[in-house]
Each structure stands twice: as C-alpha cells, then as structure tokens.
Ligand binder design. Structure first.
Ligand code: ADP
Ligand code: ASP
Ligand code: MG
Length: 460
C-alpha cells in the first residue's frame, strides 16, 4: 500500500492533472507486488486556491459581498476550465452538478459572513476546506473517465479531529479504526482511493482543517494508519534540497536524509514538507519519499530512520518573521525554578518557543506567534528586565555529527563575518546549528552559507 500526496502545483491546471494521473497509473501498474503499489491518493487544492478562498472569506467579512462573489466566480471559472479540458463533454454532467452544489454553498456562506460582518474560525474552515474537495472531485471524475479503478473518499469520514479550527489535532485511534472500514477494503480490491489532504471533521461532523500546508501531514497520518509501505510527497522540486531553490537556484537535491534531519529542516522552514509530516512516519518506521511531479524520473529524496550517505552539512533552512525576547535578571536567573517560571508563562499562553540561549544573567528566546506577546511581556516583567526585538529570522544549518567534527562553527562564522548575528544555538541535537539574524539579512546570509558549504570549491 502506498500513499501518494500531490501538492497544489501538481494540480495547477489540466495538463498537471494528466501528469498526476500518468504517474499514479505508472506506479500502480509497475512490476511489483500488487498490494505494495495500490495507492491512496491525497490531493491538495489547485495551486493558489486555498489562499483565494481565504481572501473571499475576508472580503465578505469586510462587507464587500459583490467583490467576494466576483472572486468566487473567478475560482469557479478556473475549476470549470480544468474540468472542460480534462473530461469529455458527454461525461461532465455528474461532476458539474456536484461542483455546482459546492459553489452554491460557498456563495451562501460568503453572503452570510458579509451579512453578519463576522468570520469565525469554524466558518473559515468551512470555506478554506473546499479547495481540496473540488480538486479531488475533478481528479476522481477524470480517473474514472480514463477507466482507472478510482473511488472518491471524503477525508472527513476518516480524519476525525478535535475542535481546534485552523490547526485541528487528528485522533489517530479513530483514524486507524475508520481506515480499516473505509480504506483498507478498497485497497484490497486494488482500487485507487482518492481523498483530500488538509481537511478533517469533528466527531459531530463539523469541518476542520489541520493547518496551512497540512496535506503532507494528512498523507503521513493515513500512511501510518494503514501501515503503508511508503509515503510519497509529490511536489514541484526534485526533493529536499540543500536550500530553498527559489532563493538559491543552484541548490542541490539530497539523496537521503534521516527522519530527524528532515524534521529539523521542515520545522525550521523547508516548506517542501509540513513540520508534522515525519512524526507518524517515525512511529511506524515508514519511508517517506519526496518526488517531483514535473520530473517524475528524478530519484527525489528518501527519508528514513538511518542513512550513511551524505555530507556533514546537508541543508540550510530559514524561518522568517521571528521575534526574540530577552530577559535580564542578575538576581533570579541562577535561582532554582526561574526557568520553570518563564516556561510556565509561555505554556499558559499557548505560545511555543523555538530557540533558547542562556548566560549567567540573561535568557534569550524566540517565538513566531505574537498573538499573546503583550500578556507574556507583562508577566515576564515581574521576573526581570524584558526587551523584545521583532523582524528576525532563524537560520538552521542541519547536518551530521556536528559535535564530532571540528571546524563547522568556524566556517559558519567566517562565511557570515559581514552579517550581524543576534543569537546562536547549538543545542541538544548534534545535527542543528541555529542562528538568528535580521529578516533583512537572511537571504544574503543563506547565500553566503550555501556558497561556503555547497559551492563546488567547498568539496576540494
Ligand atoms: P506543494 O504545493 O507541493 O505542497 P510547497 O510549495 O508547499 O509545495 O513546497 C514546495 C516548495 O518548498 C518548493 O517549491 C521550494 O520553493 C520550497 N522549499 C523550501 N525549502 C526547500 C528545500 N530545502 N528543499 C526543497 N524545497 C524547498
Ligand atoms: N491547500 C492547503 C494549503 O494551501 C493545504 C496544502 O496544500 O498542503 O495550505
Ligand atoms: Mg506544501
């Protein structure tokens, strides 16, 4: 059993839908055990559609009903154009009436939001979840028109979550038991199960979403639930690369990384993988492979528990929009229980900390969620002197055995001699050195680091 997840750019237009179909057909007809290649196909919304749906909702919330409906009409046209280019006119009727219902529902929702001038997280989920439903309905109809053994599965029947709209937490136990009923029997009959990433529903059936970019996470959750042989993440680049190829065009694909390295890279900004993707795969030790829909013959990146190959530094990632908080407290810092008090404040305000460094008298940490910053700052002031610095970025240099190799830090600092570094952390894992720099310097810093570690001369 195989999970194949295709991201937004993989279903950007009708030719891409055809590419996806050909990739799935090639894999499912490959000369291997049938049970190993029967696919669950997890689809994202058509490229840009989730953003566009959120924009429609916000436009309605601002009271501009006709603009919101115009934007919805443009989205409808885009989907109809795809389906008209994919499916013979004689077979379009059923799909067109299904999409008509979805677009009518969206229109009613937008009018309701505009009327009330209010957009709850629950309403936003009801709207932003539609992109995946639309793309997967189109793909299923297309696959059936091509006589593939395709079955459409509404992910909300298996992906039960809590009620935390916008970042809902899936119930793995429920997913396992529902997959046994809803997915595995279909795979045993060698059907292609076509479903949506990103979306779920509460036990009461209210639609939820798992967080932006969450389709990767859906793929690995389903992979773990059905004990898949492999989880494939099909995207628009040749795998996990030495840096974001949009910033560093000469970035190189990495043949293989460990679960831990991939997690660190994803967490620190390598957008190619949602940060939570690796967790379910680790629990069941299922290999994850990142592949390119636009270049399906490239080997991609294999993510596994252990790997021998590779260089000391495997990739550089960055996360912009960070805020650093500095706490100075000569009196308190070394006193027992001080750190616990600090962490308690962040925990109570549900704000997670990314990096921490300490000295005798000061504590520096970074966060990216500023929602509760004023309250946190107020409470921290009772513990010491507090200052806040915004518009920062974390750079993570991820690789192997940093503790056992000398000279890595020296190379990093030499490469960045012209850049002001606000914080440095080389902590518990020996695979990550993180730095904090200004948002304005981050692109230049990544270019310098990439040249230092990956330019051809770096290997001489
Ligand atoms: P999808 O729509 O397939 O989910 P995303 O846009 O979410 O695709 O992720 C793919 C993008 O991730 C790439 O186009 C690339 O710009 C970006 N990216 C950032 N860091 C990396 C990296 N280290 N390796 C590969 N891609 C990266
Ligand atoms: N469509 C969703 C988003 O844009 C989920 C995903 O593509 O992974 O966030
Ligand atoms: Mg993505």
């Amino acid at each position: 059993m195989l999970v194949m997840k295709f991201g937004g750019t993989s279903v950007a237009d009708a030719p891409r839908f055809k590419d996806v179909f050909n990739i799935v057909r090639r894999v499912s007809e490959a000369d291997a055990d049938a049970h190993k290649r029967t696919p669950v196909i997890v689809l994202s919304a058509v490229s840009g559609v989730t953003n566009a749906l959120i924009d429609c909702a916000k436009t309605a919330q601002n009271g501009d009903t006709s603009l919101a409906l115009d934007k919805l009409e443009a989205l409808k046209k885009r989907h109809y154009q795809i389906l008209e280019n994919l499916i013979p006119a004689s077979s379009q009727e059923q799909l067109v009436s299904a999409l008509e219902i979805d677009f009518n529902r969206l229109s009613v929702l937008l009018q309701g939001i505009a009327y009330l001038g209010e957009l709850s997280k629950r309403s936003l989920d009801a709207i932003s979840s539609c992109g995946e439903l639309l793309s997967s309905k189109i793909f299923s109809a297309y696959a059936i028109s091509q006589e593939a053994p395709a079955v459409f599965l509404d992910a909300r029947t298996v992906m039960v979550t809590n009620e935390d709209h916008g970042r809902a937490v899936p119930d793995m136990k429920e997913l396992v038991s529902r997959s046994k009923k809803e997915i595995i029997p279909l795979l045993q009959k060698e059907k292609w199960v076509i479903t949506q990433g990103f979306i779920g529903a509460t036990a009461d059936g209210v639609t939820t979403t798992l967080g932006r970019g969450g389709s990767d996470y859906t793929a690995s959750l389903i992979g773990a639930a059905i004990n898949a042989n492999e989880i494939q993440i099909w995207t628009d680049v040749d795998g996990m690369m030495s840096a974001d190829p949009k910033l560093i065009p000469e970035a190189r694909p990495i043949a293989s990384v460990t679960f831990q390295e991939a997690s660190e890279l994803a967490y620190f900004g390598a957008k190619v993988l949602h940060p939570l993707t690796i967790k379910p795969a680790i629990e069941k030790n299922i290999p994850v492979r990142i592949l390119n829909t636009l270049n399906p013959d490239s080997p991609g990146t294999l993510i596994v528990e252990k790997t021998d190959s590779g260089e000391t530094v495997c990739a550089i990632a960055c996360k912009k929009g960070q805020t650093a908080i500095f706490i100075n407290s000569a009196r308190m810092l070394m006193a027992s229980g001080f750190l616990a008090q600090v962490f308690n404040i962040f925990a109570r305000h549900e704000t997670s900390i990314d990096l921490i460094t300490t000295s005798e008298v000061s504590l520096s940490l970074t966060i990216d969620n500023l929602e509760k910053l004023p309250q946190i700052e107020e409470e921290l002031k009772q513990l010491g002197e507090v200052s806040v610095m915004k518009d920062l970025a974390i750079i993570a240099i991820v690789g192997r055995n940093f503790r056992g190799e000398s000279g890595i830090a020296a190379r990093i600092f030499k490469a960045l001699s012209s850049i002001n570094i606000t914080m440095i952390s080389h902590g518990a894992s020996s695979i990550n050195i993180s730095l904090v720099v200004s948002n304005n310097d981050v692109d230049a810093a990544i270019k310098l680091l990439h040249t230092e570690f990956f330019a051809p001369s770096a290997f001489n």
